[in-house]
Design a protein around this ligand. Sequence first.
Ligand SMILES: *[C@@H]1O[C@H](CO)[C@@H](O)[C@H](O)[C@H]1NC(C)=O
Ligand SMILES: *[C@@H]1O[C@H](CO)[C@@H](O)[C@H](O)[C@H]1NC(C)=O
Ligand SMILES: *[C@@H]1O[C@H](CO)[C@@H](O)[C@H](O)[C@H]1NC(C)=O
Ligand SMILES: *[C@@H]1O[C@H](CO)[C@@H](O)[C@H](O)[C@H]1NC(C)=O
Ligand SMILES: *[C@@H]1O[C@H](CO)[C@@H](O)[C@H](O)[C@H]1NC(C)=O
Ligand SMILES: *[C@@H]1O[C@H](CO)[C@@H](O)[C@H](O)[C@H]1NC(C)=O
Ligand SMILES: *[C@@H]1O[C@H](CO)[C@@H](O)[C@H](O)[C@H]1NC(C)=O
Ligand SMILES: *[C@@H]1O[C@H](CO)[C@@H](O)[C@H](O)[C@H]1NC(C)=O
Length: 911
Amino acid sequence: MIKLPWYLIVLHLCLPIGGTGAAASNLRPLHYNLSLLTEVEPLKLSGNFSGEVVIRLRVWRETRTIILSCNGLQVGENVLLVRRNTGGRVTVRKMWQARSVHQLGIVFNSMLWLGEEYTLVVPFSGQLSRASGYFVGGYMDSRHHQQWIAVTQLAPNLANTVFPCFENRTFLAPFILNLAHPRGTNAVSNMRVLKTSDHEKDDYIWTTFQQTPAMSVQKLAFSINRFTNRTSAEIPKGPALTTWLRPKIADQGDYAISITSQIIVFFISLFGKPYPAMKIDQLVLPDTAYQSHEHLGLVSYPEAAFLYSAQRSTTRAKQQVASHVAHEFAHHWLSDLENAALYWLHNGLSDYVSGFAVDNVEPAWRFHELSMVRQALGVLVKDSKGSAQPMSLAYASMSSDTQANQKSALLFRMLHSLIGTQAFVNALRLYLHRSHKGSSFLQACLWHTLQEESDNQMSLRQDIKVSQLMDSWTMQPGYPLIRVVRNYDTNEVTVSQERFLRNPGKLMQKRQQCWWVPLTFATAGIDSFVSTLPSEWLTCQGRQSASPLILNEVAQPDKWVVFNLRLATPCRVTYDERNWQLIGNALSGPNASSIDRFTRAQLISDVLNLAGAGVVTYDLALNFLRHLRNEDEFIVWQAADKYLEWLHRTLRQTTIISTFKGFMKDLMQTKFDELFKRDGPAAENGNITELMVIVLQLSCRTDLESCAEFALKEFASLTLETNRIPVDLSETIYCTAIQFGTEADWTLLRRLYTRSNVSEERRILLSAMACSRENWALEKLLNLAFAGRYMPKNDVLLIFSAVAQNPLGYNLAKKYLVDNIKAIIKLYGSNTNELAQLVTVLMKEVTTEEELNALRMFMRTDLQNLPGFETAFRRILELGEDNIAWHTRQYHNLLAAVCNITGSIEPQCIY
Ligand SMILES: *[C@@H]1O[C@H](CO)[C@@H](O)[C@H](O)[C@H]1NC(C)=O
Ligand SMILES: *[C@@H]1O[C@H](CO)[C@@H](O)[C@H](O)[C@H]1NC(C)=O
Ligand SMILES: *[C@@H]1O[C@H](CO)[C@@H](O)[C@H](O)[C@H]1NC(C)=O
Ligand SMILES: *[C@@H]1O[C@H](CO)[C@@H](O)[C@H](O)[C@H]1NC(C)=O
Ligand SMILES: *[C@@H]1O[C@H](CO)[C@@H](O)[C@H](O)[C@H]1NC(C)=O
Ligand SMILES: *[C@@H]1O[C@H](CO)[C@@H](O)[C@H](O)[C@H]1NC(C)=O
Ligand SMILES: *[C@@H]1O[C@H](CO)[C@@H](O)[C@H](O)[C@H]1NC(C)=O
Ligand SMILES: *[C@@H]1O[C@H](CO)[C@@H](O)[C@H](O)[C@H]1NC(C)=O
């Protein structure tokens, strides 16, 4: 093989797809002119559209047939094809629609000539629906009149439900869009309005938009609405920014609108590249079936992700708004690189860099690191399932594959920590500069660019290659468990790796896997938590052979060692027993904070999850939980809480639950007193910290008496008119009060819910109402969830899972779903993903074979025929199976440990 100089390789890897692939299709669209009339029946929230698409195309291979992508549309008879340079008309012989493959074929009487341009005109019509790319949503305006909004979401593959087109993403063409819509409504799209003109119907007008740059059909977006608009001040060298929202809640958009401009300015400077469009419209949607999405010149958000009320939203909600907006905008620069198969890569990168933007607009939060560690704690749990998929296989399912996107972000964080900021930012800019639309080599191009910059800065060890490193993390499922075993006589440390599985018995064909793992560590007295530059690496000879590494002189035998500082690499770490003890001693001593807070978060999360998988004992895990008594960092508590929440739920039908709660009460009492037994109610002390939020939640969940007292006292002050309960604490306070409360209390919340116009407050009230111990209340709530057309689907899910997680509500929720499944399927318009989430909620609570079989049966009979349910089926079942496996293998270990640590003499502890 001829060896190419390196620069040729790099150039090749960054080239777009050339002419070679094009032979695969006969025709290429050059230009679209789409005209569409939208008619809505406001009372039914349904409607139709009809129109005509004029496609200019070029023939790449002689053919008689034009095949367009077309899904659920009616196509008119008057299809017209004109040869452009002669003006001659080509007559249609016949047309066919292959509905299952979403194709429309038009066969002509004569051949279309190679290289010639033709103009094709296709009339069509269709129905607005939630299952398609163009749908109607409804809401009540401030005068309680019903209003509607029509909006598109063509990505990833629904453009063909709105007009016949060439769906192939590599086909880029400019669009002219003409929308006919009722007078008095606004039409918004990717581009600025060019002109408006009269329609033949008096009560309609035409809006014509400027021509878009060449883009794929999935990027097209438009909406017809009666929103109000807010125009932002001019952004230097940036696009003109307008935000569209419902008039009634427009003031809640102020926060997001105010940071949007700053975020855009930040990214222009970070990426060293101007914003890719002249204007940007933000569309804030009441109930939508979809997540946020950014299109060229138009971003859409669900209201819950954009709105913030200074009085009635939590601090957490504010952070989510900022991070959400930042994420959408980061994506604008990267999404220009149209490549669906790499969606996880670009989305992860956007996710990672968006944190910098948030730190830039809200420096006091120190948000970025914190949110990444929080994300890591979640990913480590989800990615430990036996069914975990390699990220690189995550299909372009847009936001639905959050798991892959989140893991991808963590890997960029890891890489950043390895090569340093200078190299990382330089590489990012260079990548945007080099990469081309439609390239299929983007992934390799990105790794090469990062490699080059890291070589320039000499930041990676010579034998470590970025692509090899990243491929080992992106192309394999799961992540490693790092085993650290110290020999206290020879002072050697052996470090090895294996895949971590939460249910280790499950995976039949245990394939050996190997990851390239940077190793950082610290020991007592050597304060090295600031730097995350690795001192050593676990390497792989070939993809599958992982050999252990032996380190010398890491620490003195009587000193602790911890690995993976600041949780920089998304993996779990376990130690030999003595080292665990040494760490435990350090955590309970006065110098606990000499171990950095993110590392402490990893330690507690690891020890609990490792106990669950049988890697360490529950005796050890419970001892580590006790160290929380000294813990003042919210993130460490949160790391524990993630596991404790599950433990609480899975234990609630068992005999150990009261003893376990006794252990937890003992743990929580000191902390609770410290934070809440101050002078006067917490509300008047001003600052509510995140630590207070989580401690209150855990205390009340374990039925700590003083917590219930506190909650009831605070709740007593609540009336319809005045609410002095701190918003951040309100969820726990309401929920606890409702558990002990009367019908009047429940009705009060119900009224507050009806009145509230802040979506987060409404969600808090809904989940609190589900804490009731009364059947009638839970039934009412389920009816509320599924009866109303205006209930956002996210809130339906919220209610349903809150009821199912209530020990008294599980059977009720299950019965409701089973009894009403036909109607519910209809309500969801066969949106399988959203429906599957409801079953997932039930499956998460399963602890016995019997319950598992009942649910399996239900899915088989009632859901099997939903499109795409087959893949969800296995994933859902696994949740129940893993729970059952835990009960079979680990429950008695936990029982023994709880009995041991509490010294309980309850009957279940004496055997
Ligand atoms: C899209 O078009 C390209 C170039 O013509 C071709 O290589 C590719 O196979 C097409 N993709 C699909 C999904 O048809
Ligand atoms: C687009 O098509 C409509 C009719 O389908 C036509 O009236 C209009 O002139 C066309 N616009 C352009 C720029 O070709
Ligand atoms: C939409 O079309 C259906 C059938 O084609 C018709 O029954 C209905 O009235 C139409 N709706 C509107 C709003 O035009
Ligand atoms: C915003 O609304 C006002 C008043 O309805 C209108 O005059 C203006 O053109 C709108 N702005 C944009 C960018 O459409
Ligand atoms: C939203 O609700 C609050 C409290 O119920 C009320 O004071 C406020 O006027 C409402 N805002 C709008 C725009 O209706
Ligand atoms: C705590 O740290 C201080 C200063 O580093 C050290 O002098 C002391 O011995 C440490 N205490 C323990 C119990 O390790
Ligand atoms: C609340 O926090 C702010 C800033 O974090 C601080 O300046 C203020 O003193 C705190 N107030 C109270 C009552 O603790
Ligand atoms: C009880 O806990 C202690 C200390 O954690 C441990 O040494 C002992 O082995 C445990 N006993 C049992 C029966 O698990």
